[in-house]
Design a protein around this ligand. Structure first.
Ligand SMILES: *Cc1c(COP(=O)(O)O)cnc(C)c1O
Length: 469
């Protein structure tokens, strides 16, 4: 008999979370203008806004923090950090940064310029912004299967290798300074990339003498998916798999706030001596001296330990199982989610959940607001509020912080989501009353349509369509 997968840790220090009444949440939501970014975190019961920097550190990490060497130059903590990174990633040069986007900015400043093109399975939003900031073009080449939310496929994060070859033929290899693979594919639903795909992409890159870089934020989760879904690797440890993945590349960017199991930090790696020198020069200009790069010695220690812990098999089994547990349990009740569940988050398809709310009435925001009202849960819309009319989907992301919530928290989440699913027809759309000129989702203010005469009229005109199960 397979037994329940329990949290592979016991709890040594606790942080209370606060219950609020429904009346309080109604007032808080109104005061936050129905935008959950504007809620005080203390008024959230279960916070699934992001898995970035929100994880719990282990006793080993806290112990290592006390060993932090805060010397400006040549810190012992940097040696330990570099050793841990090189043990897994294997790259010659390791450059610490304060988080992932700083590594991206330095990498693209050095490697890209106007007229260049950077292919990726899917650029994360800061990655795309940093490519475009230096005047280059960011091209997403995910396989077509990755774009269909309900379609089952073991490696929906894969890059379309034929499309990559065509792109190289079309624009010429001289205009492609590097190819990137994001593991797992965050913007594509936390879906993994297979080793087979990594090998194929690497072969195309090497044949064309184009360096391959990894956006490695969730490398450990990706390694575990390879272990469980690619037969060849079932007997390998996640660490061996990660080591092999990175051997097919020439460098990486990393946010230690994800699979670094730390609350802050990042790094940039390369095998190229000349690039490393240019990158280090930029680092000194904006991040700091090369042996700390915008981090305290204690942060370097926490990351050195965290990277290794992220690869522990017991941890990964629990991590991937608990994300799937949430997804499978709500899907079993009919809630439409991006399938199969990814590594770090569950994405609810808000357009399918609320078919009576048109995209321009923000179904994702409306659903996120309702989850908060019903159970004090904070999630995030990834859809029309974030991307405007260009949004192809309206998703609500439930990102799971690492080692923070237990199975009873997840059971509670399932209960709240299923309750909202049952009364979904009562949920109303919203309208914008304030938006900033860019990145509007962080500060936007909205109100329910029913609070204005115009909205009420419009709502009444919409016939309720038959809802899919
Ligand atoms: C979080 C993330 C980044 C950026 O890292 P920060 O530490 O937030 O700057 C880049 N790429 C991916 C895939 C990410 O998930």
């Amino acid at each position: 008999m397979t037994k329940t997968i329990i949290e592979p840790f016991r709890i040594k220090s606790v942080e209370p979370i606060r219950w609020t009444t429904r009346q309080e949440r109604e007032n808080l939501l109104r005061a936050a203008h129905y935008n959950l970014f504007l809620l005080p975190a203390a008024d959230v019961l279960i916070d699934l806004l992001t898995d970035s920097g929100t994880g719990a550190m282990s006793t080993h990490q806290w112990a290592a923090i006390m060993e932090g060497d805060e010397s400006y130059a040549g810190s012992k903590s940097f040696d330990r950090f570099r050793q841990s990174v090189q043990d897994i990633f294997g790259y010659r040069h390791v450059i610490p940064t304060h988080q992932g986007r700083a590594a991206e900015r330095i990498l693209f400043s050095v490697m890209c310029k106007k007229g260049y093109v950077v292919p990726n399975n899917t650029h994360f939003d800061t990655t795309r912004a940093n490519v475009e900031f230096v005047g280059a073009e960011a091209v997403d080449l995910m396989i077509p299967e990755g774009k269909q939310p309900s379609l089952l496929h073991p490696f929906k994060g894969n890059m379309d290798v034929a499309a990559l070859e065509q792109l190289i033929l079309r624009v010429g290899r001289e205009r492609i300074p590097l190819v990137m693979l994001t593991v797992t594919n965050n913007s594509g639903g936390g879906q993994p990339v297979s080793m087979e795909n990594i090998r194929q992409v690497s072969a195309v890159c090497r044949a064309n003498r184009i360096p391959l870089y990894f956006d490695a934020c969730r490398f450990a989760e990706n390694a575990y998916f390879i272990k469980t879904r690619e037969k060849e690797f079932e007997a390998n440890s996640p660490k061996q798999i990660a080591q092999e993945m990175f051997r097919y590349g020439d460098g990486c960017t990393m946010s230690a706030k994800k699979d670094g199991m730390a609350n802050i930090g990042g790094f940039l790696c390369t095998n190229d001596e000349i690039l490393a020198q240019q990158e280090t020069n930029l680092l000194i200009l904006t991040e700091g001296y090369p042996t700390y790069g915008g981090l305290a010695g204690r942060d370097l220690e926490a990351i050195a330990v965290g990277l290794q812990e992220a690869l522990e098999e017991d941890y990964l089994r629990y991590r991937i199982a608990s994300t799937a547990y949430l997804g499978d349990h709500i899907a079993a009740e009919g809630v439409p989610i991006v399938q199969p569940p990814g590594g770090h988050a569950i994405y609810i398809d808000a357009r399918a959940f609320l078919p009576h709310i048109p995209a321009d009435r923000f179904p994702g925001v409306a659903l996120a607001a309702e989850l908060y009202l019903e159970g004090g849960i904070r999630s995030v819309e990834i859809g029309t509020l974030m991307f405007g009319a260009a949004a192809k989907m309206d998703l609500v992301r439930l990102a799971i912080p690492r080692r923070v919530y237990t199975q009873s928290h997840v059971d509670y989440l399932v209960e709240v989501i299923v309750e909202v699913w049952k009364h979904r027809r009562r949920i109303q759309g919203l309208e914008l009353i304030y938006e900033a000129p860019f990145l509007r989702h962080f500060t936007a203010q909205l109100q329910p349509l029913s609070s204005t005469g115009a909205g009420r009229e419009r709502e009444q005109k919409i016939d309720e369509p038959a809802l899919p199960r």
